[in-house]
Ligand binder design. Structure first.
Ligand code: PLP
Length: 393
C-alpha cells in the first residue's frame, strides 16, 4: 500500500511493557513446563465481582430480554441513574459535583488516551516513573512531554517548585502506579495553586483512590481551587474488580474553561462523535458498585488485597529492602537488591523463584533499579511468593 501511516508510532516502544513481560514468561514456561509461576506483575485483580454487582447485572440482563424494558444505544455520557449514583459517591466523600459534570466511560484508560483529542499543542509535564499510557498517548499524537523526575529524594512525589511558570498540561496519578506514593493535602494544594496561577490544566488519575487508608485526598476536588484547573479520571477496575467488566468516568467541572471555551463541552462533543456509550448491563453493575452497600462490599476486597500488601511489606522490612507504597496503594515499589538493574532482577526472580514482577524501567527512565510488586494475587500465592523470596534474597 502507499497510504501514509501515523509515523509517530515509530516514536513509541514497539510493544507495550506487559506484552514484553508476557513474552519472557511464556518463553520461560515453555522451557520449564514443570515450574509453577506466581504472578505479581500485571495489575489485574483476582477476586470476583461482589454480590450487589452480580445481582444488578442479572436484573439488567432480564430487562434486556423483555421488549418493554429492552434498551438500545446508551446515552453517550452515561445513564442519568449512574451519573447521579457517582455524584452521590462523591458527595459521601464531601465533594459536591453536578451529575452532568460526570462522563461515564468504558474505563480510565480510554479517557486518558482520548483526552488528547480535545487538547491542542501544549507543554506537557509527566512524572517519571508513571503509568505508561500518559506518555504513549501523547507520543502517538505527535506530542512530547517534559518528564518530572520522581525519585527516592522527593518520595516519588514530584512537586511544582522549580518548574517554569507558564501554562502546562500536567499529569498526576495519586495513589501512584507504579510507586504507590500518595500526595497529601498540602502537596495537592501546591499543585492546584500552581495550575491556577499559571493557567495550567491538571489531568488527575485517581484510579486507586479506594486503597487510601490514611488522611489523604481521595478526590482532587477536596482541594480548594481544583474545579477551575483539574480533570479527574477514575475507574471501577481496581475499586470494584471491573477490569474485565469495564466502567469508569471522567469529571469535567463546568468551571473548566480555556480561552472562553468550556472543556466539558468539547469532551461531550468528542464523546458524542466517537463513543456510543457503555452497555446498560454494565452501567447497572456500576450503579450497584458505587452504592453504599456495593462500595462496602468492594472495600472488603480492597481489604483483602491490602492484607497481601501488608504481608509483602513486612517481608521487605525484615530483609531491609528499601520500598515505598503498600500502605495506601496495592503496589509496592522496591529498590532492586544488590544494585541489580530492573530487568536483571526480573530475570533473576523468574529464573530462581518463578515469581513475575514488573521492572521499574518499564514505567520510565527513573524506574531503573526499581521493581513493582502487586498485592492483587491470592492470599495463598502471596504467602508462597514471600516464602520463595525469603529463601532466595
Ligand atoms: N490509571 C492507572 C494509574 C492504572 O494503573 C490503570 C490500570 O492499571 C488505569 C488507569 C486503567 O484503568 P481502566 O481499567 O479503567 O482502563
Amino acid at each position: 500500500m502507499k497510504i501514509r501511516i501515523n509515523e509517530h508510532f515509530g516514536e513509541i516502544k514497539e510493544s507495550y511493557l506487559f506484552s514484553d513481560i508476557a513474552k519472557r514468561v511464556k518463553a520461560y514456561s515453555a522451557a520449564h513446563p514443570e515450574q509453577k509461576i506466581i504472578r505479581l506483575g500485571i495489575g489485574d485483580v483476582t477476586l470476583p465481582l461482589t454480590d450487589s454487582v452480580i445481582e444488578a447485572m442479572h436484573r439488567a440482563v432480564d430487562e434486556m430480554a423483555e421488549s418493554k424494558t429492552f434498551r438500545g444505544y446508551a446515552p453517550e455520557y452515561g445513564y442519568d441513574f449512574l451519573r447521579g449514583a457517582i455524584a452521590d459517591y462523591y458527595a459521601r466523600m464531601g465533594v459536591a459535583l453536578d451529575a452532568e459534570e460526570i462522563f461515564v466511560s468504558d474505563g480510565a484508560n480510554s479517557d486518558i488516551g482520548n483526552m488528547v483529542d480535545i487538547l491542542g499543542d501544549n507543554d506537557i509535564l509527566i512524572p517519571d516513573p508513571v503509568y505508561p499510557v500518559y506518555v504513549d498517548s501523547n507520543l502517538m499524537s505527535g506530542r512530547k512531554a517534559t518528564l518530572l523526575e520522581a525519585n527516592a529524594e522527593n518520595g516519588f512525589l514530584p512537586m511544582p517548585n522549580g518548574i517554569e511558570e507558564k501554562p502546562w498540561l500536567i499529569y498526576l496519578c495519586s495513589p501512584n502506579n507504579p510507586t504507590g506514593a500518595v500526595y497529601n493535602r498540602e502537596q495537592l494544594t501546591e499543585w492546584v495553586d500552581f495550575a491556577n496561577r499559571t493557567g495550567s490544566l491538571i489531568l488527575f488519575d485517581s484510579a486507586y483512590e479506594s486503597y487510601i487508608k490514611g488522611d489523604y485526598p481521595h478526590s482532587v476536588y477536596e482541594i480548594e481551587g481544583a474545579r477551575s484547573c483539574v480533570i479527574e479520571i477514575c475507574s471501577l477496575s481496581k475499586t470494584a474488580g471491573f477490569t474485565g467488566t469495564r466502567c469508569g468516568w471522567t469529571v469535567l467541572p463546568t468551571d473548566l474553561e480555556a480561552n472562553g471555551v468550556k472543556l466539558s463541552k468539547l469532551w461531550a462533543r468528542r464523546q458524542a462523535t466517537k463513543f456510543n456509550g457503555v452497555p446498560y448491563v454494565v452501567q447497572r453493575a456500576a450503579e450497584a458498585a458505587v452504592s453504599e452497600k456495593g462500595h462496602a462490599e468492594a472495600m472488603e476486597c480492597v481489604g483483602y488485597y491490602m492484607e497481601n500488601a501488608r504481608i509483602l511489606s513486612e517481608f521487605l522490612k525484615e530483609k531491609g529492602i528499601w520500598f515505598t507504597g503498600g500502605e495506601n496503594s496495592p503496589y509496592l515499589w522496591l529498590r532492586c537488591p544488590n544494585g541489580m538493574g530492573s530487568w536483571e532482577f526480573f530475570d533473576y526472580l523468574l529464573e530462581n523463584a518463578q515469581i513475575v514482577g514488573t521492572p521499574g524501567e518499564g514505567f520510565g527512565k527513573c524506574g531503573e533499579g526499581y521493581f513493582r510488586l502487586t498485592s492483587f494475587g491470592t492470599r495463598e500465592s502471596t504467602i508462597e511468593a514471600v516464602e520463595r523470596l525469603r529463601s532466595l534474597l
